[in-house]
Ligand binder design. Structure first.
Ligand SMILES: Nc1ncnc2c1ncn2[C@@H]1O[C@H](COP(=O)(O)OP(=O)(O)OP(=O)(O)O)[C@@H](O)[C@H]1O
Ligand SMILES: [Mg+2]
Length: 162
């Protein structure tokens, strides 16, 4: 199987709670060292996805948008969560200077606006949010790297089970 990004599957979220529940449901499939890149326009639902994901990890910490802080760290009884937002970062040098890579092995890392730097990462699950209508979002799952591709298959199975 090719190591390139491959389109896998989509689900539809009809309201904010759907997006949170999707994230909550799949969070247990991820572990320290895993990377998720979230893509999609302003207000598409990326941060709300992270809220649901942190809830799934049983984190008690408040999830907020890291657009200005650039990175937030949420503690959890399972895997800690590193939540990064690269909206305001324009160059690879700036990204490297943040010094965040050293935390990737110890956390599940989720990066909003990370697709513009996707060449910096060998292996990740890519989740794309497309605004269809007022509250309707299409959420697409794809991956780079064989292990992440397998993860997307597991996500598909998990979300198919009701
Ligand atoms: N189906 C949905 N899923 C997620 N959010 C939704 C949905 N429908 C409406 N919303 C609303 O859309 C907004 C999404 O905001 P959020 O901060 O999660 O977006 P974002 O993609 O992180 O934006 P930014 O790029 O500015 O960080 C919220 O106000 C939320 O209530
Ligand atoms: Mg956001």
């Amino acid at each position: 199987m090719s190591d390139d990004i491959q389109q896998s599957f989509q689900v539809v979220s009809r309201k904010e709670l759907d997006t949170r529940n999707i994230a909550k449901k799949i969070s247990s499939l991820f572990h320290e060292g895993d990377l998720i890149i979230l893509d999609g326009d302003l207000g598409a639902g990326k941060t709300h996805f992270v809220k649901g994901f942190a809830e799934g990890l049983h984190s008690q910490d408040l999830v907020t948008s890291p657009t200005f802080s650039l990175a937030n760290f949420y503690r959890s009884s399972s895997s800690p969560l590193l939540h990064i937002d690269l909206y305001r970062i324009d160059s690879e040098t700036e990204l490297n200077d943040l010094g965040l890579y050293e935390y990737f092995d110890q956390s599940i890392t989720i990066i909003e606006w990370g697709k513009k730097f996707s060449n910096c990462f060998d292996s990740y699950v890519l989740i794309t949010f497309q605004l269809i209508d007022h509250e309707i979002r299409q959420i697409s799952f794809s991956a780079k790297g064989v292990l992440c591709w397998e993860k997307v298959e597991k996500i598909k199975q998990e979300l198919a089970e009701e």
